[in-house]
Structure formats: structure tokens, C-alpha cells
Write a protein that binds this ligand. Structure first.
Ligand SMILES: Nc1nc2c(ncn2[C@@H]2O[C@H](COP(=O)(O)OP(=O)(O)OP(=O)(O)O)[C@@H](O)[C@H]2O)c(=O)[nH]1
Length: 288
């Protein structure tokens, strides 16, 4: 099945990127946040450019939304590429302490270099960066709850961004979500649409729901994905085999049963269920 066309308007993205570049000048460490369900699609193509000369901490959020097997597979995959990952659930707070500790360790290295050059140590300045909806704000709020010193605004920072001081060691700059101006990879765009990382105006919900069903059928072969077709069947009372196995027919049958034949509403319901983990913990991407 071909993927649905997914497009978005790049105007405001260029502006967000410009703003981001200005703030990057002020930081030592980039805390990049990705979505555990789609760790590749939530990797920004401009990241290397932004990281130049800075330390990089890769945080994979929404760890509660994938199976432990998916997490282990990705941890090994990133490790094989020399990239350490810290996994957290910013909603429940799991793993957030480890994020803070990893950021502080990065600061220790920075201050070691400063000391060697005869400079006074200072808190590490970090910026969180990531696609919309990956959980950056939730993570920052969690980190702030652990703070020792009250959060403070700094002069010269735009209204939308704020600095918060965490303990004695870390100054954190909140940043808005950044999408790439364009995405050539439509499969990645589909993953972003499914995880609600791009606005609904950018795609046709029914086509995306059909592609989602096909993806579930394909992913069930891989146990680590967590796809359980019986969960889908019992939730909607529609078998994922036989006549309705083709996603458009399945969606139609489910719409007849649940939303008086309104397939657009049924498509939305299916996507919402996935986003709320009502279909279980599902990894949409797994390493090759
Ligand atoms: N289950 C689960 N939900 C999460 C997690 N992190 C964030 N959320 C939820 O996901 C939604 C979006 O989180 P935000 O923190 O607003 O995402 P963001 O990256 O700041 O989004 P933008 O402001 O659009 O860039 C919220 O409803 C959060 O409660 C997580 O680890 N697990």
C-alpha cells in the first residue's frame, strides 16, 4: 500500500530554526529528545549542524509506550553507533533523574576544561531540542520539580523561551518544537503523523489510519513491536483477516459498527486509541 501524501507549510519553521540557531550560541549542551515509538523519524536532519562544538545528550522519551524488548534493541543499536541514550517517561517521571545526572556529568567535563584554562567553573548551559509533541515540556517540568533553586527568567531572552536553573549545576533553556522544513521520506512523515507530531492539517486522517492498519499487520511479525492483533480485534470486534483484512475495508466495517458508518470519525478514534496506548505499547520503528 502506498503511503498517504503528508505535507506541511514551512514558513514558520524557518523562523523557528533561526530563533533556535541564535539560542544555540549560548549553550554548551544539547539535550535532544526523541519519541521511543519512532526514534528515527524524530531525529532532525539538521542536528549535526546544530551540535557543532557542543555536547550531545540523546534522551528517548515515552519509554512507557514501547515494549522493553524494543527499548533494548534500540539501546544496542545506538550504542553500536557510539551514541549513549537515556530513556525516560516524562509523564510519570521515570528516568528523569538519570537525564539530570547525565547533563550534570556533561557539565563536569566542561568545567574540567575551563579549569585547565584557568577559568572559573560555572553551571552547564543546556537547551532541549526535539520535534513537537515528543515530550520536551513534560521533561522540563519534571526536571524543574527536582530543582533546588527557584526558576528565574533572564533578561534578553524572548518571551517564548525561558531559562530555568536546576540545582547549582545546570541552566536549562526551554525551546519550541522544530520540524524539518520538508521531509522527503514519506514513511517517516507517516510515523510523525501517527504520533501526532505534525498538525492534522498536513494529512488526510482516513488515509493515515489505513496506512496505520497496514503497518500494524506488517509489524505483528516482529515480536518486539508489541503489536497484538487480538487486542485490536477484541477492541473493535472486527477480525483482521478474511474479507475485512484490507485496511480500507476494515476501517469501513469498524465505522459501520462503531460510528454509524462515519469512516473519518472511526479513523480518528483508531489514531486516538494508538496515541493513548489503548492498543498496547507499540513501537512503530525497530532497528533493522
Ligand atoms: N505516556 C507518556 N506521555 C507523555 C510522555 N511525555 C509527555 N507525554 C504527554 O505527551 C503530551 C505532549 O507532551 P509535551 O511535553 O507537551 O510535548 P512537547 O515536546 O513539549 O511539545 P511541543 O510544545 O509541541 O513542542 C502531553 O500530554 C504529555 O503529558 C511520556 O513519556 N509518556
Amino acid at each position: 500500500m502506498s503511503t498517504p501524501a503528508i505535507q506541511w507549510y514551512p514558513g514558520h519553521i524557518a523562523k523557528a530554526e533561526q530563533q533556535l540557531s541564535r539560542h544555540l550560541d549560548k549553550v554548551d549542551l544539547v539535550i535532544e529528545v526523541r519519541d521511543a515509538r519512532i526514534p528515527l523519524a524524530t531525529g532532525h536532519p539538521h542536528l549535526d549542524r546544530w551540535l557543532k562544538g557542543k555536547q550531545h545528550l540523546l534522551v528517548i522519551n515515552r519509554r512507557d509506550m514501547v515494549t522493553p524488548a524494543a527499548r533494548e534493541a534500540w539501546e544496542a543499536w545506538f550504542k553500536g553507533r557510539g551514541q549513549r541514550t537515556v530513556w525516560c517517561d516524562a509523564k510519570a517521571g521515570t528516568g528523569v533523574k538519570q537525564v539530570q545526572q547525565a547533563a550534570i556529568r556533561a557539565g563536569d567535563q566542561l568545567n574540567e576544561r575551563r579549569r585547565n584554562r584557568g577559568m572559573r567553573p560555572r553551571p552547564v548551559r543546556a537547551l532541549t531540542l526535539g520535534f513537537p509533541n515528543v515530550g520536551k515540556s513534560a521533561l522540563i517540568n519534571r526536571l524543574v520539580k527536582q530543582k533546588v533553586v527557584a526558576s528565574a527568567r533572564r533578561a534578553g531572552v524572548t518571551r517564548t523561551l525561558r531559562w530555568v536553573r536546576l540545582g547549582q549545576d545546570l541552566d536549562l533553556l526551554d525551546a519550541p518544537g522544530v520540524l524539518p522544513p520538508r521531509l522527503d521520506d514519506q514513511q517517516a512523515a507517516l510515523h510523525l503523523a501517527l504520533c501526532d507530531d505534525i498538525g492534522q492539517a498536513a494529512y488526510d486522517g482516513e488515509l493515515v489510519a489505513q496506512a496505520f492498519l497496514q503497518l500494524l499487520i506488517d509489524l505483528q511479525q516482529q515480536q518486539a513491536s508489541g503489536v497484538a492483533i487480538p487486542v485490536l480485534e477484541s477492541r473493535y470486534g472486527i477480525p483482521v483477516q478474511g474479507e475485512t483484512a484490507d485496511p480500507p475495508y476494515w476501517l469501513e466495517a469498524a465505522a459501520q459498527r462503531h460510528t454509524s458508518g462515519d469512516t473519518a470519525r472511526m479513523a480518528q478514534r483508531l489514531l486516538d486509541d494508538f496515541r493513548k496506548s489503548a492498543l498496547g505499547s507499540i513501537a512503530l520503528e525497530l532497528p533493522e
